[in-house]
Design a binder for this molecule. Structure first.
Ligand code: FAD
Length: 392
């Protein structure tokens, strides 16, 4: 078990009269971010993680920081854009490595491509610098990238990518520096509101706290039920394969996202490659994936999948022909039923705060900033009103 604690209370003056004790369940990037902002503003925070930090979605995420997400309301584009700004604030506060290389997105399918092009003109009307470019413009941006003659590519200059596992670790280390505690393995097995307190049980302890944040990703429906909340906001999680190569010389600056592949290169030289196609619907895949594994049952199967994913990406980036896979993992996406985040205190569940979302790597900083304000000040921010659990 890892337990870390400190007593850095000097900066907690804003809430000095009563320091609220908050348990954050889940040490993925969302829980870590909320815990960080709570601790920074004076909350007395304990993070409870059933396994290890960033082992679930956050450790197996493509981790593109993107606002250009068009099959959703404009307010969601604004929230995502706000989070990119929050990333810059966070970079000034913590030693956080973010590759701000922009992004290049295009599709072969007509309907998706049209949605992309009209989405770009919509956000340009509200001041976005994102623009559509062709193959010729691309050569001065990404000399190595191979695209069709007629490709029309959305170039979002202000986007980027992170190493989400490293970022989670940076946030949790800051929680500890701010006086918080990070505990794992600590699986929460009971959550119960009692008066104005909430009792939280793990195999190690039973805690009585003022608030509990449920940042449990794909386990959100079951932990909500445990806490007496009837809504089931999440869809069954869907898998995605990610290959990480050994460090390579720089071959790519931007995040590349198209219909067959997605690719970016971390600042340490590792290339991250994901595939768009889901697993084939065979009984072998179905049986194996039932347990939502993050790893392959044997190394040869992992190597075979890595070769296939890299071969597809190589059509776009020939230099990947020299790539050696360092690891290949399976990530499970937490997916709210309408694709939008689920944030806030469910009605009739005093002391409980839920934070579940897809795109959690993009959204972690803004969710951390706004959720911590709602939790510590007991307010409901208008900006988060589209994301309440009561819509389900
Ligand atoms: C393949 C893939 C690609 C993605 N691509 C992108 C992308 O490009 N950009 C982007 O922004 N997002 C992307 N996402 C989504 C993003 O990764 C997730 O939205 C984000 O990681 C969710 O973070 P989280 O902290 O909510 O969940 P998680 O990282 O899953 O963390 C939840 C944690 O809660 C813990 N937990 C659960 N139950 C309990 C319990 N009872 N007690 C204690 N702990 C518990 C789990 O062990 C886990 O560590 C992708 C996801 C996947 C899988």
């Amino acid at each position: 078990m890892s337990v870390a604690a400190g007593f850095g209370l000097s900066h907690k003056l804003a809430y000095a009269q009563k320091v609220p004790k908050v348990a954050v369940v889940g040490a993925g990037i969302v829980g870590a971010s909320i815990a960080y902002y709570l601790s920074k503003q004076g909350g007395d925070v304990v993070v409870l993680e059933k396994s290890k930090p960033a082992v679930q979605a956050s450790g197996n995420s493509f981790a593109w920081l993107n606002a250009t997400y068009f099959d959703s309301p404009h307010s969601y584009f604004e929230l995502r854009s706000e989070s990119l700004l929050a990333y810059h604030r966070l970079q000034r506060e913590l030693a956080l490595s973010v590759h701000w290389g922009g992004s290049l997105e295009w599709y072969a399918e007509d309907d998706r491509q049209q949605e992309l092009v009209s989405g770009v003109s919509r956000i340009r009307a509200s001041g976005s610098q994102t623009r559509i470019i062709g193959k010729q413009d691309l050569s001065s941006i990404e000399a190595n990238l191979q695209v069709d003659e007629n490709a029309r590519i959305a170039y979002a200059v202000g986007e980027g990518a992170v190493n989400p596992k490293a970022m989670t670790e940076v946030l949790l280390a800051a929680v500890v520096r701010n006086g918080g505690v990070v505990q794992y393995p600590a699986e929460v097995s009971a959550v119960q509101s009692i008066g104005n307190k909430v009792r939280v049980a793990t195999q190690n302890d039973t805690l009585e706290v003022d608030k509990v944040v449920l940042a449990t990703g794909i386990d959100t429906n079951s932990i909500l039920k445990m806490a007496g909340v009837n809504q089931e906001p999440m869809l069954p999680a869907t898998p995605g394969i990610l290959v990480t190569t050994k460090p390579m010389p720089q071959i790519l600056n931007a995040v590349v996202y198209t219909n067959k592949t997605h690719i970016h290169q971390l600042l340490d030289g590792r290339v991250i490659v994901g595939e768009k196609a889901g697993p084939p619907q065979t009984s072998q895949h179905g049986g194996y994936l039932k347990g939502k594994p993050n790893q392959y049952p044997d190394p040869s199967l992992a190597a075979e999948h890595a070769r296939r994913v890299l071969a597809i990406a190589q059509d776009y980036l020939p230099q990947l022909g020299n790539a050696e896979a360092e690891s290949v993992g399976i990530g499970w996406r937490p997916l709210p039923k309408d694709g939008l985040p689920v944030l806030g205190q469910p009605a009739g569940a005093p002391g409980i705060y839920v934070a579940a979302t897809h795109s959690g790597v993009t959204l972690a900083p803004i969710i951390g900033e706004l959720a911590s304000q709602e939790i510590l000040e007991g307010v409901r921010l208008e900006q988060l009103s589209p994301y309440r659990i009561e819509r389900f």
